[in-house]
Design a protein around this ligand. Structure first.
Ligand code: UD1
Length: 374
């Protein structure tokens, strides 16, 4: 059997792929795999550190595409991925998540007759203004095997005319990584110390909040970004805030001269963190405020209340069963959410079905059978 060609491109892909690669190797018989990094994320902070933290092997191939417009980035991944497929002749291509690399490699593979398996299929925000939503819908239309993290995903796929027999509910590989690494997480005090910040800031018995923001809808428009930073400053007047800045967000803050909004002794801004630092920061937080998809799931698994600063979520189970509340961009909704949590009425939630640390093993065993049957 040719290798399973596993594709990663951007930060949220790495924590999903690490357990899958281990499960392919642990399967009996072992399933040969090759790791391709498109290079969509390339910084030490956005890429290399995560490889180390997650004990991911070095990629067999790095396409080094880097940053560009969506069109150029997607096209460049496609152009560079095609000869890689020709060289390695994999039995299938396995993609995860919803980033530009996911769609680009899927398109190349299916058109060359190479089957594609998509992990984290069927999630829908029903917001076509999100680039990730376009990537999800198109990837799921053409991929051959669709692995889902929650039951609602199958209903979304059915609505789009996807045949049931392509869909397999396996649970959440991101939570495999979380459960696997929880004991190794870096203590939040240590993380602050590493960045020259005073750990006393977060050692207050009242706890601290963690914030992240990077969605174009929140950070690209200077008025929206300024509004949200202002709200975060108000949050910080209630409890100390650790704000982990994505490169896109930092660049926009600098471009529009918004730094002063974060100029408070109660706010620690940090550069993008490694996996173990971020896990440690979240696990001990009172509140997480975010627009990330991954953090909505991780906070549910950790039992930490999460306020999602978006109009919608593609991960409804985190709201229905987990700790997530959708608060959008409204100042009142965000501060009300914070006050509810500080009053002890934050959501504790429960662990969703099959978020049990064995999703990757289920993928390996299904993939083996599926490839044998082809
Ligand atoms: C991408 C994904 C998004 C995911 C996010 C996590 C798509 C459409 N979006 O968005 O789903 O949640 O990654 O981070 O694929 N940059 C760096 N260093 C890097 C990478 C990027 O400085 O290693 C900067 C560049 O200035 C770049 C900007 O960040 O222009 C945005 O990066 P890009 O990969 O285009 O999209 P993200 O916003 O990170």
């Amino acid at each position: 059997m040719g290798p399973v060609m596993c594709v990663v491109g951007a930060r949220p892909n790495f924590m999903k792929m690490a357990p899958i690669l281990r499960a392919l190797a642990a399967h009996r018989p072992a399933i040969p795999a090759l790791l391709v990094h498109t290079g969509q994320h390339y910084d030490k902070d956005m890429s290399d550190r995560l490889f180390d933290d997650l004990r991911l092997p070095r990629p067999d191939v790095n396409l080094e595409v880097g940053s560009a417009s969506h069109a150029v980035q997607t096209a460049e991944v496609m152009r560079r991925f095609e000869p890689t497929l020709d060289t390695h002749r994999p039995s299938c291509v396995l993609v995860v998540g919803d980033v530009n690399s996911t769609l680009a490699c899927t398109l190349v593979a299916v058109k060359k007759g190479v089957p594609v398996a998509h992990v984290e299929a069927g999630l829908r925000s029903y917001d076509r203004g999100m680039p990730e939503e376009i990537n999800r819908v198109l990837t799921d239309q053409v991929a051959d095997r669709l692995y889902t993290t929650e039951r609602s995903a199958a209903a979304n796929l059915q609505r789009e005319g996807v045949a049931d027999d392509r869909v397999c509910f396996v649970g959440n590989v991101m939570i495999d990584s979380l459960l696997d690494n929880r004991q190794r997480a870096t203590s939040p005090s240590e993380t602050l110390r590493r960045h020259g910040r005073e750990p006393a800031l977060i050692e207050d018995p009242g706890g601290y909040a963690v914030a992240t923001l990077h969605r174009p809808s929140n950070v690209d428009d200077p008025a929206v970004l300024a509004g949200l930073l202002g709200v975060l400053a108000e949050v910080a007047s209630r409890l100390p805030l650790v704000f982990v800045l994505h490169p896109r967000t930092r660049a926009n803050i600098e471009r529009h001269g918004l730094d002063r909004l974060l100029d408070s002794s109660r706010i620690a801004t940090l550069p993008p963190q490694g996996y173990l630092e971020m896990l440690g920061l979240m696990a001990k937080a009172q509140i997480v405020l975010t627009d990330s998809g991954g953090l909505q799931e991780e906070t549910t698994a950790l039992g930490v209340p999460c306020l999602t600063m978006r109009a919608n979520t593609e991960r409804p189970i985190t709201v229905e069963e987990g700790t997530n509340t959708i608060v959008g961009q409204s100042r009142e909704a965000i501060l009300d959410g914070v006050d509810e949590i500080l009053a002890g009425r934050g959501r504790r939630g429960r662990m969703p079905e099959l978020w049990d640390g064995h999703a990757a093993a289920r993928i390996a065993s299904d993939l083996w059978q599926w490839l044998q049957a082809r």
